[in-house]
Design a protein around this ligand. Sequence first.
Ligand code: NAD
Length: 501
Amino acid sequence: MTDTTPATAPRATTFTTYSPATGEPIAAHPVNGPEEVSGAVARARTVQAGWAALPASRRREHLLRWKKALAADLDTVARTIAEETGKPAGDAALEVVLTLEHLGWAARNAARVLRRRKVGTGLFTVHQRASLVHRPLGVVGVIGPWNYPLYTPMGSIGYALAAGNAVVFKPSELTPGTGVLLAEAFDAAVPGHAGLLTTVTGAASTGDALARSGVDKLAFTGSPGTARKVMAVCAETLTPFLAECGGKDAVIVTADADLAAAADAIVWGALSNAGQTCAGVERVYAVRDIHAALCERVVERAEALRPGAEAGAPYGPMTLPGQVAVVERHVTGAVSAGARALLGGPESVRAPYVAPVVLTGVPEDAAAMTEETFGPVVAINTVADVDEAVERANASRYALGAAVFCRSGRAGAAIAARLRAGAVSVNSVLGFAAVPALPFGGSQDSGFGRIHGAEGLRAFTSVQSTTVQRFTPPIALTSFAVPAATRERAVRLAQALHRRR
Ligand code: NAD
């Protein structure tokens, strides 16, 4: 739904979601305006203090109970995801499983990661005992995308709740039902904390209201263009902002790589979820010696795949109708700029489905190499060597994920270390996304900040540093009573020490 209502027109009170596969209506949801959003934030603020004051073990119990309830309800949650996104039921179920893994990790590790810990003091502060603690921020606003409508926002929601915050969640207007289900499951599993997690529904105007609502942090997942707009709103009130945006992930394939394994992973990484994965495979750089053999294997696997809505289809329709035109523009543009279509081509685009497209020889300045395609399209270009592959992989304004295929894991890790991506998998694709302890996030147009892992818990806290004076120091430098000569002696002593070490 595009929010184009003029300011003077009467506001729509509901909006309808439609099946991406059939175009049939699914459900109507309220368009929550500034009043509803502010109300949800105010309610969240009143219950957050009680949640934060609970012993960590109680919060953990509550969150694990919510996890168990979601696990028991896996089929219903997966059905809602599949219905709203059009993805195959099996993919939706896998999304729920990945989410449960993360929620469990956040619940079990929050107390350890965020607990008060002592830090060392210095020569002139030996009389102090120093410690720091991570405290919840208060109310966290979460704005989510539609491509992984549960897994992606839960990277913020689950971790923010585990860190002691309340959350107001604005799911994508394409997938509100998944967001509503999530908050309902929380209320049912965690009685007595109503309002701690609230889902508000609507499109851009509802997200904008959340950004203006006085939340203590806004965690946004979506496109870089929207991130810029939301960040500008947050800047007005200095609301901290976390941006998880798009990607143009590259895979590097070395001469000694297992080509069958690489091809298998590339096909899955590029085509699963109809290519609508932020850290999906969009570019491949294969060294010259093995380029043809790799392309042959990729095409062999990809040509067997046909998107559809029927059970067993490898992937479904494009979820966002408007994305079909982007995919078509990228494929057409690449071919007219001299790329060779090894499989499919512009004719593969038959909305709402796009059949697999494998391109090679795509000019590096074509949109298919520089912009996020977000469709089942992969470009496999030739490079002279690993150095050129690294250079090309890094020459993108996106820096989210990447993968390296290489005989030796150690050599692969050395190549990974040269990549700017926020996360790299060696000899698999998207391996990092399934490890809850690993932080996830990117830089440049892929956004900033991290979700998941210890960093993902800390992202929803502020640090308080404390010193407790254990005894009165012989030279109390923070007093006007200190004679100037004593202060001078202390300064010279420090100078002498620092010149030596
Ligand atoms: P989008 O930018 O169109 O929308 C994202 C969210 O922002 C939606 O909920 C939308 O309603 C809301 N929104 C739109 N305009 C707004 C405004 N002015 N103020 C406040 N909120 C507003 O993105 P999308 O199409 O939903 O998602 C696809 C994008 O998300 C892709 O670029 C994809 O790569 C990215 N993504 C990134 C990650 C990650 O973790 N890095 C994960 C999933 C998706």
